[in-house]
Design a protein around this ligand. Structure first.
Ligand SMILES: Nc1ncnc2c1ncn2[C@@H]1O[C@H](COP(=O)(O)OP(=O)(O)OP(=O)(O)O)[C@@H](O)[C@H]1O
Length: 266
């Protein structure tokens, strides 16, 4: 049942967030993973694709203050703070790989933690909204988070992030390790959140499904962008079809990496 399609997300704030990243470099100690990376996350759903070790998680860590970064990052024209707590206060939420729930706490307690910054009455209102947006979680409110399935835990992690009413939500591989039906459900939720006004930046390895729900995409390889553009165009581009979608059956769009990059600004 595609329940998430019938329920509105109203937690996202307005106006819709727009993140600009210019010449971003970041890494671990002396090991630079990202070099002079520039990209834009506009209102809607932007996906960053790429193989293992490409630097996708490193990008999200750098944008969320979990590792140091160089370069210019602005959120709606204002410099994005460098420290995590200030980034959260600026309206950015991250669902990290591995979900990072508190397994010995109930679903309800995990969700409440997501709204810790807001007054009690507002927290109660957001909680009620979370149960409207994620009705499966209302039935499981008293279940220990650690006893839920992988997909359910991912849902709790997304719902918890939405409890902070973010303007920009970042998702690190939400489909990782999930069964195909759950992947569809989670990616559908990401799409729904974007449609409701929260800008979404999603990192994914599931290229085909991610491009099917995204508005725009970037392909990252060894710390550098190799292609970018509108999701529909990227999905048909030679670079994505050859490297990520296997031999093509449908006619390809002869988009060179450079041309695809140019279309990103369109
Ligand atoms: N804490 C760390 N210390 C040192 N090197 C790291 C650390 N975390 C990641 N790396 C290295 O940085 C590079 C990029 O890793 P990253 O996790 O960003 O890739 P990814 O694209 O997210 O891959 P995956 O899809 O496998 O998660 C890899 O070479 C990885 O080994």
């Amino acid at each position: 049942m595609m329940w998430y399609r019938d329920t509105p997300f109203v937690l996202g704030g307005t106006p819709q967030a727009h993140l600009k990243v210019q010449d971003l470099s970041a890494g671990y100690g002396a090991f630079l993973v990202l070099r002079d990376l520039s990209l834009e996350v506009r209102p809607g759903l932007t996906v960053v694709l790429g193989p293992n070790g490409a630097g996708k998680t490193t990008l999200l860590k750098a944008l969320n203050g979990l590792i140091r970064r160089q370069g210019v990052v602005t959120l709606d024209g204002e410099d994005l703070p460098e420290k995590t707590d200030r980034i959260v206060k600026a309206g950015v939420a991250l669902v990290a790989e591995g979900r990072q729930l508190f397994p010995q706490m109930t679903v309800l307690e995990n969700l409440e933690l997501g709204g810790w910054l807001c007054p009690k009455a507002e927290r109660a209102r957001r909680l009620e909204q979370a149960f409207v947006d994620f009705p499966k979680l209302r039935d499981r409110a008293q279940q220990l988070a650690g006893t839920m399935s992988g997909g359910e835990q991912q849902m709790v992690a997304v719902a918890r992030a939405m409890m902070s009413a973010p303007r920009l939500l970042m998702l690190d591989e939400p489909s990782l390790g999930l069964a195909p039906r759950m992947v569809d459900e989670l990616l559908g939720i990401a799409r729904r959140i974007a449609d409701s006004g929260t800008t979404v930046l999603m990192v994914e390895q599931n290229v085909k499904k991610a491009l099917a729900v995204a508005d725009r995409g970037y392909v990252l390889e060894r710390g550098a962008l190799v292609a970018s553009g509108p999701a529909k165009l990227l999905a048909r581009s030679t670079v994505v079809r050859e490297a990520y979608l296997g031999a093509a059956t449908a006619p390809s769009t002869p988009v060179s990496p450079t041309a695809a990059r140019a279309t990103a600004a369109a």
